[in-house]
Design a protein around this ligand. Structure first.
Ligand SMILES: [Zn+2]
Length: 170
């Protein structure tokens, strides 16, 4: 694997998400990040999946950006941000989703939606660091016809409801 050296890659095996068993239940710990490492995430996927749905979104932003998203309603997502000033929270259209864009490298690893005071999130599979490509089941989806209410209902059903933002000073 080609390593650009922009971030340490010795602390884990490339393309090997961590399978772990907690209390007898197997789960997959997925790591992802933007290109420069300012935004990174850990997604605990339970139960340990045989495949991960990867939805190429056809909204105007994701079309331009090549956004391909996944989420797990049983998932726990930890988002780490090194420098908040280098993260843009972009919203458009119904403004119900916020795309977290790294201002430094331009990658969008995470989208969030606030529904009834709770943050739900989906992650961009293109930002995955350690999931084998063979595990991704690519689906194309069209959400263009949805109104804001059905958008929120769908995210509430499908997006990870346990989201934690961690900021730390570099
Ligand atoms: Zn970045």
């Amino acid at each position: 694997m080609f390593c650009t050296g922009h971030r340490p890659c010795v602390d884990r095996t490339p393309h090997q998400a961590l399978h772990k068993a907690t209390g007898g239940r197997a789960e997959l710990l997925i790591h992802g990040s933007c290109h420069c490492g300012n935004i990174s995430f850990e997604l605990d996927w339970e139960p340990d999946p045989t495949e991960i749905p990867a939805r190429a979104c056809d909204c105007s932003f994701c079309t331009k950006h090549g956004g391909v998203w996944t989420s797990n309603p049983q998932g726990e997502l930890k988002i780490r941000i090194k420098d908040r000033a280098l993260v843009s929270g972009y919203a458009f259209g119904t403004e119900t989703a916020r795309f977290h864009i790294c201002r430094q490298c331009g990658i969008v690893p995470v989208a969030t939606s606030e529904i009834a005071g709770r943050i739900y999130a989906a992650v961009n599979v293109n930002a995955f660091d350690d999931v084998p490509h063979a595990m991704l089941r690519r689906l194309s989806t069209s959400f263009g016809d949805e109104d804001a209410e059905s958008r929120l209902a769908r995210r509430k059903r499908n997006w990870a409801p346990n989201v934690q933002f961690v900021e730390h000073v570099v």
